[in-house]
Design a protein around this ligand. Structure first.
Ligand code: NI
Length: 396
């Protein structure tokens, strides 16, 4: 049964406030670690609501604790706040006024949803305390580790978060058991050959040829070594070499990204990449250095938190409007860092704009249906209650 309420149970006045809040944020997007205005806006809103909070956590984070009816373990709800270095081309009346910066990933929406949930949790207190986390710098995968370092998970029993998703309509949520986002490691390979004259290759050691063979050989790791049932990607995004058409390049640099949805596959990709790079170097007598820059782990939803997220979504939307993700997402999400410490679940909020072409996250034309704000607020509110009741030993 679809919810008969177009706002999914979110009070109209709450929806109108968070929509206005979202539009204001959208007009004033800020890059990772620069979310000063965003932080102040969130803090000002919390102050208006009479909610004690801490701003400036790990720089630009905002944390607030709401009391529950009973003391007990804390349920954490997390939203991310940062924007991207993208020039907005949506044509929206509330387009970015910050040149070259855009909320192209919907974090303005996540931030506003959580403020909506805050109001609903204040009106009708949840069973156990709730910690609200507005996290900066998700796009750089640095915000979550930084907040964890600041102790935001102290006393937290479970954590929940989510992302708007253009693949589903508003009124639908994807809640998945298992992997929902990939690990995001980067690598850098430096190749040292010997430069020389383009006409006399025998006197040189061509780093472009060595690099080219490496790029091709790297493609066989995913296609020939990894079980095709396990999604994984290695992409070379940078290949820099050379200065002139008639000069053989003595150096080349490759950089790329490694994605996996499973810890074992992730380790396999990392090791194979280093092996292939050094073997190709050896084959051609070039000096190769390999550097791995570890990113976030895969985001894997596990355990009772997934059931609770699901039940909360069903309570808001009805059973027919909650399902698993249709396809694996090879993007990263630093929410995975929280799940290394506490159980939790990361969901997707349908945000497709009806009757219009939908553009992917990080696109200059990205947008989402604003009813998603109401759905997200209602779900955050519901999941805090379901999880709280479950922790107190009652039925979820
Ligand atoms: Ni995002």
């Amino acid at each position: 049964m679809a919810s008969p309420d177009p706002l999914f149970g979110t009070p109209t006045d709450v929806f109108e406030r968070i929509r206005a809040f979202r539009r204001d944020l959208h007009q004033h997007p800020e890059l990772s670690w620069q979310e000063q205005r965003t932080m102040k806006s969130i803090a000002a809103r919390l102050a208006e609501l009479g909610v004690a909070h801490r701003a400036g956590v790990a720089g630009t984070g905002v944390i607030a604790d709401l009391p529950g009816l009973a003391d007990g373990p804390i349920i954490a709800l997390r939203a991310d706040t940062d924007a991207l270095p993208v020039h907005e081309e949506t044509g929206l009346s509330f387009s970015s006024t910050h040149e070259g910066v855009m909320h192209a990933c919907g974090h303005d929406g996540h931030t506003s949803m959580l403020l909506g949930a805050t109001e609903m949790l204040l009106r009708d207190p949840p069973p156990t305390p709730v910690r609200l986390i507005w996290q900066p710098a998700e796009e750089r995968a640095e915000g979550a580790p930084a907040l964890i370092e600041e102790g935001v998970l102290e006393g937290v029993a479970m954590i929940f978060g989510g992302h708007v998703d253009r693949h589903y309509p508003p009124g639908f949520m994807a809640v998945t058991h298992g992997a929902v986002n990939a690990s995001t490691d980067m690598f850098r390979i430096e190749i040292r050959g010997r430069g020389g004259h383009g006409a006399r290759p025998h006197e040189a050691l061509d780093a472009v040829v060595v690099g080219s063979l490496m790029v091709t050989a790297i493609q066989t790791i995913v296609s020939r070594e990894i079980n095709p049932a396990h999604p994984s990607v290695i992409s070379v995004g940078v290949f820099e070499a050379g200065t002139a058409p008639n000069v053989i390049a003595g150096r080349a640099r490759l950089e790329g990204t490694i994605r996996a949805q499973d810890a074992t596959v992730r380790a396999h990709l990392q090791q194979s990449l280093e092996r292939v790079a050094s073997a190709i170097g050896m084959l051609h007598d070039a000096l190769v250095t390999f550097e791995l820059i570890e990113g976030t782990p895969p985001l894997i939803n596990e355990g009772v938190a997934v059931e609770l997220a699901q039940q909360a979504a069903i309570s808001v939307l009805g059973e027919a409007n909650v399902g698993p993700l249709a396809t694996a997402n090879m993007g990263g999400e630093d929410f995975a860092c929280y799940l290394e410490h506490v159980p939790g679940c990361y969901v997707r909020f349908g945000g497709q704009v009806a009757g219009r072409e939908s553009f992917p996250a990080h696109s200059s034309q990205f947008d989402f249906d604003e009813r998603t704000l109401a759905m997200g607020a209602a779900w955050f509110n519901a999941v805090a209650r379901h999880a709280g009741r479950s922790l107190l030993g009652g039925a979820a």
